[in-house]
Write a protein that binds this ligand. Structure first.
Ligand SMILES: Nc1ncnc2c1ncn2[C@@H]1O[C@H](COP(=O)(O)OP(=O)(O)OP(=O)(O)O)[C@@H](O)[C@H]1O
Length: 141
């Protein structure tokens, strides 16, 4: 059991389709704390840092285009094992394969342009969370 925090992004499709409240509600219903929250526009520099392991992938321009489609909501949530539990709440990367009952399974879908839009991001480890929190919340310790 570990007290930890995670970086969650409600991506542009999640914001555009009105799922900010749902993501926050699901976090709060599970008993997690919201430590920080902002509406923002992702910059190129933030995306290159955030997706540092994907910058060289052929689909990185698709990620950039998707993440620039509109505002995002960045939040820091904390609680016991929040990282792994929220990853399960979010569901699999591809929203059409994500289980119903997960955020991606309930609100994500395939799009005719082939881009993978999957509503939310969440950190996958303590190290990633601390690195990602610095990218989106430079003002936080
Ligand atoms: N093959 C692909 N083609 C296009 N985009 C992709 C592909 N694989 C991943 N992506 C995009 O890159 C993001 C990060 O991929 P990753 O494999 O880290 O999935 P994830 O951990 O489930 O998602 P995220 O990091 O956004 O929480 C995905 O959310 C998706 O938007």
């Amino acid at each position: 059991m570990t007290e930890e925090r995670t970086l969650i992004l409600v991506k542009p499709d999640g914001v555009n389709q009105g799922h900010i409240g749902e993501v926050i509600t699901r976090l709060e219903r599970k008993g997690y704390q919201i430590e920080a929250l902002k509406v923002t526009q992702a910059t190129d520099a933030q995306l290159r840092q955030h997706y540092i392991d994907k910058v060289d992938k052929p689909f990185f321009p698709e990620i950039e285009s998707y993440m620039h489609e509109g505002p995002i909501v960045a939040l820091v949530a904390s609680g016991t094992n929040v990282i792994s539990v929220f990853r399960r709440m979010a569901g699999q990367t591809n929203p059409s394969q994500a289980a119903f009952g997960t955020i991606r399974g309930d609100f994500g879908r395939d799009w005719p342009d082939g881009l993978i839009r999957n509503v939310v991001h969440s950190s996958d480890s303590v190290e990633s969370a601390e690195r990602e929190i610095k990218i989106w919340f430079a003002e936080l310790k």
